[in-house]
Write a protein that binds this ligand. Sequence first.
Ligand code: SAM
Length: 429
Amino acid sequence: MTSESPRLHGSTGPPPSRVADHLDGLSVQLSRMAADIRDGSLSLGAGSQERHKVLRAAKEVIELIRQPHEIFAEWLSVLTPMAATRLFIEWRVFENIPVDDTISYAHLASKVDVQQSILNANLIPRVVRLAWNLLPAGILKQVGEDRITHTPKSQLYMTRNPITGMICHMFDNSIPSLMYLPKFFETYGRREPTDRLNTVSAISHGLPGKTVWEIMTETGTMANFALAMSVEKGASWPNLGSYDIDWAVKSGAMEENKDRAILVDVGGGKGHAVEAILEVTPGLDPARCVLEDIPEIIDTAKASAGPVIAGIQFVATDFHAEQPVKGAFVYYIRRCLHDYGDDDCVNILTRLADAMKSDTRLLIVEAVQNNPPSTFAAAMDMLMISIGGKERTLEGFRSITSRAGLEILEVYTQPGVEGAVIECAKKST
Ligand SMILES: C[S@@+](CC[C@H](N)C(=O)[O-])C[C@H]1O[C@@H](n2cnc3c(N)ncnc32)[C@H](O)[C@@H]1O
């Protein structure tokens, strides 16, 4: 075909010859990747960044070939398996499929429908129809016409874990807020939502004036959120990344500093970051690490603490108010500032600056947005709109830290990792 022949994407798409050239380039790239996988120089492990290169290359092939109108079918085919998965988690369907065997749809339906009569004539079709949405995504596998079996993917959903927590959180909180955006902007005007009490999420839930945390507590979705937050223990989100906290451990060991906390994780959730930091930092005394969060989360964190963090201090706080732990060596705030607009962030940071000494360092762990951002960073930003927060560029972080009397000393990044560690100190006066 020449460039004059009919175009693959209609009149606006690239000519077929260019698509073919691009595919040639991608096939060379993919063959090289395949060779690297074989010789072990490219890892497909969960935390591997090279894996994202393979995913991107695969996606590029789809983008080249897909017709513009097909995107609608693709969006639907992402949403419907999500709905089916959400329901199957709640109904414990995944747990009721035997791990090394098949089960008939009828038997499965009779095992899981605890709320409704087993004799309900609609029961079997409902389970089958939902399960059918999970076949194309490779989540479940059908055997013959009436039996189903697990795949490695569906086995992940058999227990309550960070991935099931994230699916439920996305489905129960994030997606409804996104769907409400048109109504929100129509009602309140086309401006950036920054009010943490009257967020898109609050209004869509019919709970104006409540924080997103109060809403999750009230709607019973907080446990899933807390679980979800530990989903990427360091993969796309570093805990410390390449930042070396050893200076604080050594300074804290000195006689005149024995009363100072070494690490305070502000808004640290269930303590997964403190746990990961303790695991990689020899000499860091758990008793001098503090986990701060709202009372409900601190209660859960204490109750579920594993051996690594059992000896840390658990302190219920409000990071919009005075910081109770003064003069620590390192304050650490991870994935919290993107939940708020600039003025709230400046307040949170000012509270921390007030508690800091001149040698204290504040580590902000957040995505630092590029222009244009990655797909994931742009999607996160959209989610943040619904709770009055936002993702920020480095300039955005410079602005809010500077307004709080802080200066950025260094930004620690890792290739291919979204999150960065932004090291700050009090501005010298
Ligand atoms: C997005 S999560 C981040 C959790 C954790 N730092 C991480 O990186 O996974 C935000 C955390 O801030 C906590 N939080 C919300 N409002 C708070 C407040 N007023 N004071 C202290 N913590 C708060 C939430 O409970 C939640 O654990």
